[in-house]
Write a protein that binds this ligand. Sequence first.
Ligand code: A3P
Length: 358
Amino acid sequence: MSTSRPPHSNLPKFLRNDEVTQECQALLSTLPKEKTRLMTLYKYQGFWYNALWLEGVLECQPHFQAQDTDILLATTPKSGTTWLKALMFTLVNRKDCPIITEDHPLVTTNPQDLVPNLEFDLYANNQVPDLASFASPRLFSTHLPFTSLPKSVHESACKLVYLCRDPKDVFVSLWHFSNKLRPQNLDIIAFEETFHKYCKGVSFYGPFWDHILGYWNESLRNPEKMLFLKYEDMKEQPRLHLRRLAQFMHCPFSAKEETEGVVDEILRLCSFGNLRNLEVNKDGKLSSGFENSAFFRRGEVGDWKNYLTAEMGDQLDEIIEEKKKRHGVGQREPALMPVEPDPNHRPNQKLIQKMKMK
Ligand code: A3P
Protein backbone atom coordinates (compact mmCIF):
# COMPACT_ATOMS: atom_id res chain seq x y z
CA MET A 1 0.00 0.00 0.00
CA SER A 2 1.32 3.48 -0.85
CA THR A 3 1.38 6.60 1.28
CA SER A 4 1.37 10.37 0.56
CA ARG A 5 2.99 12.08 -2.47
CA PRO A 6 6.74 12.46 -2.51
CA PRO A 7 8.56 15.65 -1.60
CA HIS A 8 10.99 14.94 -4.50
CA SER A 9 8.78 13.56 -7.22
CA ASN A 10 11.55 14.00 -9.80
CA LEU A 11 13.63 11.31 -8.06
CA PRO A 12 13.67 7.85 -9.63
CA LYS A 13 11.54 5.39 -7.69
CA PHE A 14 14.48 3.42 -6.31
CA LEU A 15 15.70 6.56 -4.52
CA ARG A 16 12.42 7.48 -2.89
CA ASN A 17 11.03 6.26 0.40
CA ASP A 18 7.49 7.51 0.09
CA GLU A 19 6.03 4.64 -1.91
CA VAL A 20 6.88 1.68 0.26
CA THR A 21 4.34 -0.34 2.21
CA GLN A 22 2.94 1.01 5.47
CA GLU A 23 4.63 -1.83 7.31
CA CYS A 24 7.97 -0.72 5.89
CA GLN A 25 7.21 2.96 6.57
CA ALA A 26 6.50 2.09 10.18
CA LEU A 27 9.79 0.24 10.49
CA LEU A 28 11.74 3.04 8.80
CA SER A 29 10.62 5.50 11.45
CA THR A 30 12.29 3.37 14.13
CA LEU A 31 15.61 2.74 12.39
CA PRO A 32 18.87 4.72 12.57
CA LYS A 33 19.17 6.76 9.39
CA GLU A 34 21.83 8.65 7.48
CA LYS A 35 21.32 11.01 4.61
CA THR A 36 23.70 10.67 1.71
CA ARG A 37 23.63 13.00 -1.29
CA LEU A 38 21.67 10.50 -3.32
CA MET A 39 19.43 8.73 -0.83
CA THR A 40 18.47 8.21 2.77
CA LEU A 41 19.92 5.02 4.19
CA TYR A 42 18.39 3.04 7.06
CA LYS A 43 20.28 0.62 9.27
CA TYR A 44 18.55 -2.72 9.53
CA GLN A 45 20.12 -5.84 11.05
CA GLY A 46 23.47 -4.06 11.04
CA PHE A 47 23.48 -2.95 7.35
CA TRP A 48 22.44 0.13 5.40
CA TYR A 49 19.60 0.07 2.85
CA ASN A 50 17.42 2.59 1.11
CA ALA A 51 13.69 2.34 1.61
CA LEU A 52 12.69 0.45 -1.52
CA TRP A 53 15.36 -2.19 -1.20
CA LEU A 54 14.57 -2.59 2.48
CA GLU A 55 10.96 -3.19 1.58
CA GLY A 56 12.15 -6.08 -0.62
CA VAL A 57 14.38 -7.39 2.17
CA LEU A 58 11.43 -7.48 4.57
CA GLU A 59 9.36 -9.35 2.00
CA CYS A 60 11.91 -11.88 0.85
CA GLN A 61 13.22 -12.84 4.29
CA PRO A 62 10.06 -14.68 5.37
CA HIS A 63 8.66 -15.55 1.95
CA PHE A 64 11.48 -16.76 -0.28
CA GLN A 65 11.58 -20.56 -0.23
CA ALA A 66 14.98 -21.76 -1.36
CA GLN A 67 15.16 -25.12 -3.11
CA ASP A 68 18.07 -27.49 -2.68
CA THR A 69 19.03 -27.01 -6.31
CA ASP A 70 19.03 -23.18 -6.22
CA ILE A 71 22.24 -21.24 -6.71
CA LEU A 72 22.53 -17.75 -5.27
CA LEU A 73 25.14 -15.20 -6.21
CA ALA A 74 25.88 -12.79 -3.37
CA THR A 75 27.88 -9.58 -3.76
CA THR A 76 28.12 -6.06 -2.50
CA PRO A 77 27.01 -3.64 -5.24
CA LYS A 78 29.78 -2.90 -7.76
CA SER A 79 31.81 -6.02 -7.10
CA GLY A 80 31.33 -7.42 -10.59
CA THR A 81 27.84 -8.89 -10.14
CA THR A 82 26.99 -8.36 -13.82
CA TRP A 83 30.03 -10.36 -14.91
CA LEU A 84 29.34 -13.27 -12.58
CA LYS A 85 25.67 -13.31 -13.55
CA ALA A 86 26.68 -13.64 -17.19
CA LEU A 87 29.13 -16.44 -16.40
CA MET A 88 26.77 -18.38 -14.14
CA PHE A 89 23.85 -18.08 -16.54
CA THR A 90 25.97 -19.21 -19.48
CA LEU A 91 27.44 -22.12 -17.53
CA VAL A 92 24.17 -23.66 -16.39
CA ASN A 93 22.35 -23.05 -19.67
CA ARG A 94 25.08 -24.04 -22.09
CA LYS A 95 23.32 -27.18 -23.29
CA ASP A 96 20.10 -25.33 -24.17
CA CYS A 97 21.74 -22.08 -25.26
CA PRO A 98 24.82 -22.86 -27.34
CA ILE A 99 27.45 -20.21 -26.81
CA ILE A 100 28.43 -19.41 -30.35
CA THR A 101 25.08 -18.25 -31.64
CA GLU A 102 23.63 -14.89 -32.55
CA ASP A 103 20.59 -15.61 -30.44
CA HIS A 104 22.27 -16.37 -27.12
CA PRO A 105 20.16 -14.66 -24.41
CA LEU A 106 23.13 -12.46 -23.48
CA VAL A 107 23.01 -10.88 -26.92
CA THR A 108 19.58 -9.44 -26.27
CA THR A 109 19.33 -9.25 -22.47
CA ASN A 110 21.54 -7.67 -19.85
CA PRO A 111 22.84 -10.26 -17.35
CA GLN A 112 21.13 -8.33 -14.55
CA ASP A 113 17.77 -9.33 -16.00
CA LEU A 114 18.79 -12.93 -16.67
CA VAL A 115 19.61 -13.54 -13.00
CA PRO A 116 17.15 -11.50 -10.94
CA ASN A 117 18.03 -9.91 -7.65
CA LEU A 118 16.00 -11.46 -4.85
CA GLU A 119 15.20 -8.47 -2.70
CA PHE A 120 14.83 -5.91 -5.48
CA ASP A 121 13.70 -7.48 -8.76
CA LEU A 122 11.54 -10.12 -7.12
CA TYR A 123 10.26 -8.84 -3.79
CA ALA A 124 10.48 -5.00 -3.75
CA ASN A 125 7.44 -2.96 -4.83
CA ASN A 126 5.18 -5.22 -2.80
CA GLN A 127 5.43 -7.98 -5.42
CA VAL A 128 4.62 -11.64 -5.01
CA PRO A 129 6.92 -13.25 -7.56
CA ASP A 130 5.94 -16.35 -9.46
CA LEU A 131 9.03 -18.50 -9.20
CA ALA A 132 7.38 -21.68 -10.43
CA SER A 133 8.27 -20.88 -14.03
CA PHE A 134 12.01 -20.76 -13.31
CA ALA A 135 13.97 -23.63 -14.80
CA SER A 136 16.09 -25.71 -12.44
CA PRO A 137 18.66 -24.92 -11.21
CA ARG A 138 17.18 -21.54 -10.39
CA LEU A 139 19.71 -18.73 -10.36
CA PHE A 140 19.21 -15.67 -8.19
CA SER A 141 21.41 -12.89 -6.99
CA THR A 142 21.34 -10.93 -3.78
CA HIS A 143 23.26 -8.14 -2.09
CA LEU A 144 22.01 -9.30 1.31
CA PRO A 145 24.65 -9.89 3.97
CA PHE A 146 25.08 -13.50 5.06
CA THR A 147 23.34 -13.01 8.39
CA SER A 148 20.26 -11.46 6.76
CA LEU A 149 19.67 -14.13 4.10
CA PRO A 150 16.21 -15.73 4.17
CA LYS A 151 16.08 -18.61 6.66
CA SER A 152 15.33 -21.09 3.89
CA VAL A 153 18.69 -20.31 2.27
CA HIS A 154 20.48 -21.43 5.44
CA GLU A 155 18.24 -24.44 5.95
CA SER A 156 18.23 -25.82 2.40
CA ALA A 157 21.11 -27.37 0.52
CA CYS A 158 21.13 -24.51 -1.99
CA LYS A 159 24.53 -23.19 -3.03
CA LEU A 160 26.02 -19.75 -2.51
CA VAL A 161 28.65 -18.06 -4.64
CA TYR A 162 30.15 -14.89 -3.20
CA LEU A 163 32.12 -12.50 -5.36
CA CYS A 164 34.39 -10.18 -3.44
CA ARG A 165 36.23 -7.21 -4.92
CA ASP A 166 38.89 -4.93 -3.51
CA PRO A 167 36.86 -2.30 -1.58
CA LYS A 168 39.06 0.46 -3.03
CA ASP A 169 37.87 -0.37 -6.54
CA VAL A 170 34.34 -0.96 -5.29
CA PHE A 171 34.27 2.48 -3.73
CA VAL A 172 35.38 4.18 -6.94
CA SER A 173 32.93 2.15 -9.00
CA LEU A 174 30.11 2.96 -6.59
CA TRP A 175 30.90 6.65 -6.69
CA HIS A 176 30.78 6.68 -10.50
CA PHE A 177 27.58 4.64 -10.53
CA SER A 178 25.89 6.95 -8.00
CA ASN A 179 26.80 9.93 -10.12
CA LYS A 180 25.31 8.27 -13.17
CA LEU A 181 22.08 7.59 -11.33
CA ARG A 182 21.71 11.00 -9.81
CA PRO A 183 18.94 13.21 -11.15
CA GLN A 184 20.14 15.92 -13.56
CA ASN A 185 19.41 18.69 -11.08
CA LEU A 186 21.58 17.21 -8.33
CA ASP A 187 25.22 18.35 -8.00
CA ILE A 188 27.99 15.85 -8.46
CA ILE A 189 28.28 13.64 -5.40
CA ALA A 190 31.14 14.82 -3.19
CA PHE A 191 34.03 12.38 -3.41
CA GLU A 192 35.71 12.95 -0.03
CA GLU A 193 32.46 13.09 1.92
CA THR A 194 31.28 9.84 0.34
CA PHE A 195 34.66 8.27 1.08
CA HIS A 196 34.47 9.19 4.77
CA LYS A 197 31.01 7.71 5.03
CA TYR A 198 32.20 4.56 3.27
CA CYS A 199 35.02 4.21 5.80
CA LYS A 200 32.47 4.51 8.58
CA GLY A 201 30.47 1.73 6.98
CA VAL A 202 27.71 4.05 5.77
CA SER A 203 27.13 3.00 2.17
CA PHE A 204 24.52 1.00 0.28
CA TYR A 205 24.71 -2.50 1.86
CA GLY A 206 27.64 -1.38 4.02
CA PRO A 207 29.61 -1.82 6.17
CA PHE A 208 31.59 -3.47 3.40
CA TRP A 209 33.87 -5.29 5.87
CA ASP A 210 31.00 -7.04 7.68
CA HIS A 211 29.53 -8.02 4.33
CA ILE A 212 32.75 -9.56 3.05
CA LEU A 213 33.81 -11.16 6.32
CA GLY A 214 30.40 -12.70 6.95
CA TYR A 215 30.64 -14.66 3.70
CA TRP A 216 34.39 -15.26 4.02
CA ASN A 217 33.97 -16.94 7.40
CA GLU A 218 31.09 -19.03 6.10
CA SER A 219 33.15 -20.17 3.10
CA LEU A 220 35.83 -21.43 5.50
CA ARG A 221 33.24 -23.13 7.70
CA ASN A 222 31.16 -24.62 4.92
CA PRO A 223 33.06 -24.92 1.61
CA GLU A 224 30.52 -27.42 0.22
CA LYS A 225 27.81 -24.79 0.37
CA MET A 226 29.76 -21.63 -0.30
CA LEU A 227 32.28 -20.69 -2.93
CA PHE A 228 34.18 -17.47 -2.27
CA LEU A 229 35.55 -15.86 -5.44
CA LYS A 230 37.58 -12.70 -5.89
CA TYR A 231 37.21 -10.36 -8.84
CA GLU A 232 40.97 -9.87 -9.01
CA ASP A 233 41.64 -13.63 -9.11
CA MET A 234 39.01 -14.06 -11.81
CA LYS A 235 40.76 -11.40 -13.87
CA GLU A 236 44.18 -12.94 -13.35
CA GLN A 237 43.31 -16.60 -13.89
CA PRO A 238 39.89 -16.66 -15.52
CA ARG A 239 40.09 -20.23 -16.83
CA LEU A 240 41.03 -21.66 -13.47
CA HIS A 241 38.23 -19.89 -11.62
CA LEU A 242 35.61 -20.57 -14.29
CA ARG A 243 36.41 -24.28 -13.98
CA ARG A 244 36.12 -24.02 -10.17
CA LEU A 245 32.79 -22.26 -10.56
CA ALA A 246 31.46 -24.87 -12.99
CA GLN A 247 32.56 -27.69 -10.70
CA PHE A 248 30.93 -26.03 -7.70
CA MET A 249 27.69 -25.48 -9.62
CA HIS A 250 27.57 -29.18 -10.55
CA CYS A 251 28.14 -28.52 -14.24
CA PRO A 252 31.86 -29.25 -14.75
CA PHE A 253 33.39 -29.09 -18.22
CA SER A 254 33.57 -32.42 -19.99
CA ALA A 255 36.77 -33.54 -21.70
CA LYS A 256 35.04 -32.87 -25.03
CA GLU A 257 34.15 -29.33 -24.01
CA GLU A 258 37.70 -28.75 -22.85
CA THR A 259 39.04 -29.89 -26.22
CA GLU A 260 36.53 -27.77 -28.09
CA GLY A 261 37.56 -24.63 -26.22
CA VAL A 262 34.22 -24.04 -24.48
CA VAL A 263 35.97 -22.48 -21.46
CA ASP A 264 37.48 -19.75 -23.61
CA GLU A 265 34.25 -19.26 -25.54
CA ILE A 266 32.33 -18.60 -22.34
CA LEU A 267 34.99 -16.20 -21.11
CA ARG A 268 34.89 -14.35 -24.41
CA LEU A 269 31.11 -14.13 -24.48
CA CYS A 270 31.00 -12.77 -20.93
CA SER A 271 34.03 -10.52 -21.21
CA PHE A 272 33.72 -6.86 -20.40
CA GLY A 273 34.62 -5.85 -23.97
CA ASN A 274 32.06 -8.14 -25.57
CA LEU A 275 29.15 -7.38 -23.24
CA ARG A 276 29.72 -3.64 -23.17
CA ASN A 277 29.70 -3.40 -26.95
CA LEU A 278 26.44 -5.25 -27.47
CA GLU A 279 23.62 -2.99 -28.67
CA VAL A 280 21.44 -4.04 -25.76
CA ASN A 281 24.03 -2.85 -23.28
CA LYS A 282 24.70 0.42 -25.08
CA ASP A 283 21.10 1.60 -25.37
CA GLY A 284 18.86 -0.80 -23.47
CA LYS A 285 17.29 -0.55 -20.04
CA LEU A 286 16.73 -3.14 -17.34
CA SER A 287 13.19 -4.14 -16.46
CA SER A 288 13.74 -2.10 -13.26
CA GLY A 289 14.54 1.02 -15.29
CA PHE A 290 18.33 1.24 -14.80
CA GLU A 291 20.29 1.93 -17.97
CA ASN A 292 22.23 -1.16 -19.02
CA SER A 293 25.28 0.92 -19.92
CA ALA A 294 25.65 2.00 -16.27
CA PHE A 295 26.88 -1.50 -15.43
CA PHE A 296 29.90 -1.28 -17.74
CA ARG A 297 32.52 1.35 -16.97
CA ARG A 298 36.16 0.20 -17.06
CA GLY A 299 36.12 -3.30 -15.65
CA GLU A 300 39.72 -3.15 -14.45
CA VAL A 301 41.66 -4.00 -11.35
CA GLY A 302 43.30 -1.08 -9.55
CA ASP A 303 41.40 1.83 -11.12
CA TRP A 304 41.19 3.23 -7.57
CA LYS A 305 44.73 4.52 -8.01
CA ASN A 306 43.38 7.11 -10.41
CA TYR A 307 41.07 8.53 -7.76
CA LEU A 308 42.22 7.73 -4.22
CA THR A 309 45.42 8.98 -2.65
CA ALA A 310 47.80 6.34 -1.29
CA GLU A 311 46.68 7.39 2.21
CA MET A 312 43.03 6.81 1.36
CA GLY A 313 43.93 3.43 -0.09
CA ASP A 314 45.89 2.53 3.06
CA GLN A 315 42.95 3.62 5.16
CA LEU A 316 40.61 1.13 3.47
CA ASP A 317 43.24 -1.64 3.64
CA GLU A 318 43.75 -0.99 7.34
CA ILE A 319 40.03 -1.15 8.01
CA ILE A 320 39.86 -4.61 6.47
CA GLU A 321 42.97 -5.78 8.36
CA GLU A 322 41.59 -4.48 11.62
CA LYS A 323 38.17 -6.06 11.07
CA LYS A 324 39.73 -9.36 10.05
CA LYS A 325 41.39 -9.56 13.44
CA ARG A 326 38.11 -8.76 15.16
CA HIS A 327 36.25 -11.39 13.15
CA GLY A 328 38.97 -13.86 14.10
CA VAL A 329 40.22 -14.42 10.55
CA GLY A 330 43.62 -16.06 11.02
CA GLN A 331 46.87 -15.08 9.33
CA ARG A 332 47.14 -18.60 7.92
CA GLU A 333 44.04 -18.14 5.78
CA PRO A 334 44.61 -17.30 2.13
CA ALA A 335 44.83 -13.54 1.53
CA LEU A 336 41.42 -11.95 1.46
CA MET A 337 42.45 -8.82 -0.38
CA PRO A 338 45.05 -8.33 -3.10
CA VAL A 339 48.34 -7.06 -1.72
CA GLU A 340 50.03 -4.71 -4.14
CA PRO A 341 52.34 -2.14 -2.60
CA ASP A 342 53.12 0.55 -5.17
CA PRO A 343 55.62 3.25 -4.21
CA ASN A 344 54.91 5.19 -7.40
CA HIS A 345 51.21 5.47 -6.77
CA ARG A 346 49.73 8.84 -7.89
CA PRO A 347 46.02 9.57 -8.29
CA ASN A 348 45.24 11.05 -11.67
CA GLN A 349 44.35 14.64 -10.77
CA LYS A 350 43.24 15.48 -14.31
CA LEU A 351 40.80 12.59 -14.31
CA ILE A 352 39.44 13.52 -10.89
CA GLN A 353 39.00 17.13 -11.97
CA LYS A 354 37.22 16.00 -15.12
CA MET A 355 34.78 13.89 -13.10
CA LYS A 356 34.16 16.70 -10.66
CA MET A 357 33.28 19.04 -13.51
CA LYS A 358 30.92 16.60 -15.25
P1 A3P B 1 34.07 -0.47 -12.73
O1 A3P B 1 33.14 0.63 -12.33
O2 A3P B 1 35.30 -0.51 -11.86
O3 A3P B 1 34.41 -0.46 -14.17
P2 A3P B 1 28.27 -4.69 -10.57
O4 A3P B 1 27.99 -5.58 -11.73
O5 A3P B 1 28.38 -5.43 -9.28
O6 A3P B 1 27.36 -3.53 -10.52
O7 A3P B 1 29.74 -4.14 -10.78
C1 A3P B 1 30.04 -3.26 -11.81
C2 A3P B 1 31.53 -3.27 -12.02
O8 A3P B 1 31.88 -4.47 -12.72
C3 A3P B 1 31.98 -2.11 -12.86
O9 A3P B 1 33.32 -1.85 -12.45
C4 A3P B 1 31.90 -2.73 -14.26
O10 A3P B 1 32.64 -2.05 -15.24
C5 A3P B 1 32.47 -4.11 -13.98
N1 A3P B 1 32.08 -5.11 -14.99
C6 A3P B 1 30.90 -5.21 -15.66
N2 A3P B 1 30.94 -6.23 -16.50
C7 A3P B 1 32.16 -6.80 -16.40
C8 A3P B 1 32.79 -7.90 -17.05
N3 A3P B 1 32.18 -8.62 -17.98
N4 A3P B 1 34.07 -8.19 -16.68
C9 A3P B 1 34.70 -7.49 -15.74
N5 A3P B 1 34.16 -6.43 -15.09
C10 A3P B 1 32.90 -6.09 -15.41
